[in-house]
Write a protein that binds this ligand. Sequence first.
Ligand code: PLP
Length: 423
Amino acid sequence: MDIALHYAKKLDNQDILNRYRDEFYLLPDIMYMDGNSLGLLSKRAELSLLSILDSWKKYGIDGWTQGEHPWYYFSETLSEMCAPLVGAMKEEVMITGSTTTNLHQLVASFYRPEGKRTKILVDELNFPSDLYAISSQLLLHGYNPEEHMKFVKSRDGNTLIEEDIIESMTDDIALIVLPSVLYRSGQILNLKALTKAAHERNIIIGFDLCHSIGSIPHYVDDWNVDFAFWCNYKHLNGGPGAVGGLFVNRKHFGQKPGLAGWFGSHKEKQFDLETEMSPAPDAGAYQIGTPNILSAAPLYGSLQMFAEVGIEAIREKSLKLTDYMMYLIKEELRDFHFKIANPVDHEERGGHIYLVHEEAARICKALKEHQVIPDFRSPNGIRLAPVALYNSFEDVWNTVQILKKIMTEETYKKYENKRDVVA
Ligand SMILES: *Cc1c(COP(=O)(O)O)cnc(C)c1O
């Protein structure tokens, strides 16, 4: 590797995904490094949203069965498109709800405390919404979360150690919920090994795929994972608040959903409107009410691109981008006390770089002022996500150069070292 700009340009010339940049509305003159919080709008996502709006305009209520994407089957269509990204059969996936509501649904369905087995195992680094949901589910069961939510601790504050997790799988654990990729450090957990260990101890295990879906391949069916859930607005570019997704392993089909609603019905029977529900025979059963069609619409266009490119090619470029970014950070920012806190090994590194620095909050503010959009994570983390479909190696080069300039000229010092409302 080489620190010169021409090397970045050479990598872009060799990049087979480079042409997909034209598919997106890139922000002019901005290095967008926040695709792991909110992916950018693509032209195809815009088109599928407009097409759904058009069927509302043209057909009114008949849009449920007419138009380019009849709404009644739209969730199933999207689920089929999404299934290869999680490595599942189409029947095991449902595009519905949001990350947090899907987690509620899955805990309500799979947490079955019995005898001594009453605890839910989580980790202390997980995104807090997951912990809030699990804690409230324990309360609904009459359990005190302080005693019944068991935390796997991190030794270094950034990552988890597989043996620590497995050691925590004691015989009082009924359910395990962990992330696939940690949202701060970007560490990938070994889902296959953890699932195997959980099942050897008769524990149900599910994963939050928010930070991995659309960025790394998964094989949840092969790995025998019990359930999973995710959002579609990060690496999948489905738009702010896009409808989320869930996976339920087919071995659990036929079980009743914990939180029932009419859209979880068997599709042929739903409009019989009987007083007794006939649940769908597959993951469709975990839907609750009428799908948020407009918030699902952009996903259609977006998922087309993922189908075209394939998740392996995306992962390959993503690793090259983050390898290159780490190389430049080491070469160019040597004097400025940044700590690269994401794992370095390919098997353990997700789609973003995590830099730790005492002045992180105001460095992020300075970056924003200088055409880089990073993501600040309290108290001292800077996340930088070069995204395979729309970021270039030149974006990475520019980002590191701008960061170097901010540090050299100390422009960050004119800001307060405190976060804004949304960070
Ligand atoms: C983004 C994210 C969420 C967000 O949940 P929503 O219900 O979509 O707001 C939850 N968990 C993790 C790990 C996330 O990264």
